[in-house]
Design a binder for this molecule. Structure first.
Ligand code: SF4
Length: 63
């Protein structure tokens, strides 16, 4: 799994961080998403899929 995050689209809602804290963080500057693990370990994949679903701006995608 590989995560793509579009920081132009991200509104800094932080849902991804709440859902998968080991994989996502937020920029201290503007609150937009920072992907800590672009290729997350298998045990994080379910949480990442949930994060993609709950992101209100559609900034996250996985391939
Ligand atoms: S949930 Fe979506 S909008 Fe919110 S910080 Fe994460 S990527 Fe950005």
């Amino acid at each position: 799994m590989r995560i793509k995050a579009d920081t132009e689209v991200c509104i800094g809602a932080g849902m991804c961080v709440l859902t998968a804290a080991k994989v996502f963080d937020q920029s201290e500057d503007d609150g937009t998403v920072v992907v800590l693990e672009p290729e997350p370990p298998v045990d994080q994949e379910a949480a990442v899929r949930r994060a993609v679903q709950v992101c209100p701006s559609g900034a996250l995608s996985i391939s």
